[in-house]
Design a protein around this ligand. Structure first.
Ligand SMILES: [Zn+2]
Length: 442
């Protein structure tokens, strides 16, 4: 009884605190976006022209084609509001970059910062000096020093001009076949945002196709990045801590969903929970152990390269040999981390990953975190799933079951989702959306 009261008390508290304190990230940044685009277009043109005069013949032509394509693709992402301007993250990143610039004349002076509505802990730097920082870095890493470590690593790539070198290699080896370019063209003009994202990734992956070269440039970026990091006033050990933390990351959180969570969330007054929803497709043909190994190898989670990179750093720099606990984060970092965590669902919704959004909301709800907030996102995502199902394009927003590539919990979830009928989906969407309307009236 007492326990129940405590839980209820906590629930009410969190409802109140969230209603009062959480203000979603501002996306009404039309003016800043327009200014950025104008600038970016101009800068990219300059880059394209410079490359064309720097490299003669076919190399110049191909290079300018790649950078033009990249530019157009990136502009599309900006127009699609994949990035936020004027956010509280910016001040934090600016101060980190200032610290990195100190004692490091090699760091480009004219970096422009963009925050991406992307939950993966990643960052990258474009040819014109636009530095993209994913929000996911804040929700995943432990402190600002670790984010600075990732930025320093990316600066290493930038200073060494790794992408340009890789492009040159591809062109020289005549590997840039028409297929890739056509592929990008056809996907970037499609309606789905997640497909846009993929087009961008195709080229990026293509660039990093070669394992050995990639590993070499990663290690080079690590050494140079660490040198930059060391010259600044950051805690040295955090460079390795950041890598360690990134090694543990997985696109889909491994927190398994319990059957009780499904029952708790989908046993509705108008629609009782149906055990049949949990029925799993028979994939007994597959040998799970075999695929488990493959899964580990492929997922970002246990990037086998990362452990090798850590080893290499420790070998090269004696001071990194002794492990150290992560530093205590600053209050500002804690606040930004909370924002990034609260933006996980809006980000999935923005990228039209409605299935993944539902799965993640259910994980948060299983942990009884911010119940009102995640229930409202559950409603929003389910209504999109309903529309998609009605229009026969659910495939676009909800993964197919692939036993080789997915955890058992995620497969169970996908089975559940694909088992629901159109009406059942509608009832769930209506229930959680009605909940939200009620809350708004109150
Ligand atoms: Zn890298």
């Amino acid at each position: 009884m007492t326990k129940k009261l405590i839980v209820l008390g906590y629930f009410l508290c969190s409802m109140i605190t969230i209603a009062q304190t959480y203000k979603p990230v501002d996306t009404a940044d039309y003016i800043q976006r327009k200014a950025f685009l104008k600038n970016f277009e101009g800068n990219n043109e300059v880059t394209v022209k410079r490359l064309k005069s720097q490299y003669s013949g076919k190399t110049g032509t191909e290079l300018s084609k790649i950078y033009k394509e990249f530019g157009t693709d990136f502009e599309k992402q900006v127009k699609n509001k994949d990035f936020i301007f004027k956010s509280e993250f910016e001040a934090s990143i600016h101060s980190m970059i200032q610290r990195l610039k100190k004692n490091n004349p090699k760091v480009p002076q004219d970096l422009k910062i963009l925050i991406a509505k992307d939950n993966t802990p990643n960052a990258y730097c474009l040819a014109d000096g636009t530095f993209v920082i994913n929000m996911g870095l804040y929700s995943w890493l432990n402190n600002e020093e670790q984010i600075a470590a990732v930025i320093a690593h990316e600066l290493g790539h930038k200073i060494e001009e790794h992408s340009l070198k890789t492009f040159l290699k591809i062109i020289q080896q005549d590997e840039l076949d028409k297929v890739v370019v056509d592929n990008i063209k056809s996907t970037t003009t499609s309606r789905s945002h997640s497909q846009n994202q993929k087009a961008f990734d195709i080229l990026k992956n293509r660039v990093y196709k070669k394992g050995v070269e990639r590993r070499q440039s990663e290690m080079q970026a690590d050494s140079l990045g660490y040198a930059i990091f060391k010259n600044s006033d950051f805690k040295k050990a955090e460079f390795v801590n950041a890598l360690q933390r990134l090694q543990d990351f997985d696109t889909i959180s491994p927190r398994a969903l319990k059957v009780e969570t499904y029952k708790k969330l989908f046993n509705l007054p108008q629609q009782a929970f149906n055990e049949k929803w949990m029925k799993k497709e028979d994939f007994s043909l597959y040998n799970y152990n075999f695929y488990k190994e493959k899964l580990n190898k492929d997922s970002l989670a246990s990037h086998p390269e990362i452990s090798r990179r850590i080893e290499m750093l420790k070998k090269t720099f004696a001071e990194l040999k002794t492990p150290a606990d992560p530093e205590k984060p600053t209050d500002l970092f804690v606040a930004l981390k909370k924002t990034a965590r609260m933006e996980i669902l809006p980000n999935y919704f923005h990228s039209e990953d409605y299935g993944l959004g539902i799965y993640t909301a259910m994980q948060f709800l299983q942990d009884e975190e911010e119940e009102k907030y995640y229930k409202s996102w559950l409603g929003k995502c389910f209504s999109k799933i309903y529309e998609a199902r009605k229009n026969y394009n659910l495939n676009r927003y909800l993964d197919r079951i692939e036993p080789k590539n997915q955890s058992e919990s995620y497969q169970q979830f996908l089975n559940f989702m694909w088992n629901l009928s159109l009406d059942e989906i509608k009832n769930i969407a209506d229930f959680y959306q009605a909940n939200e309307t009620l809350a708004k009236v109150n």
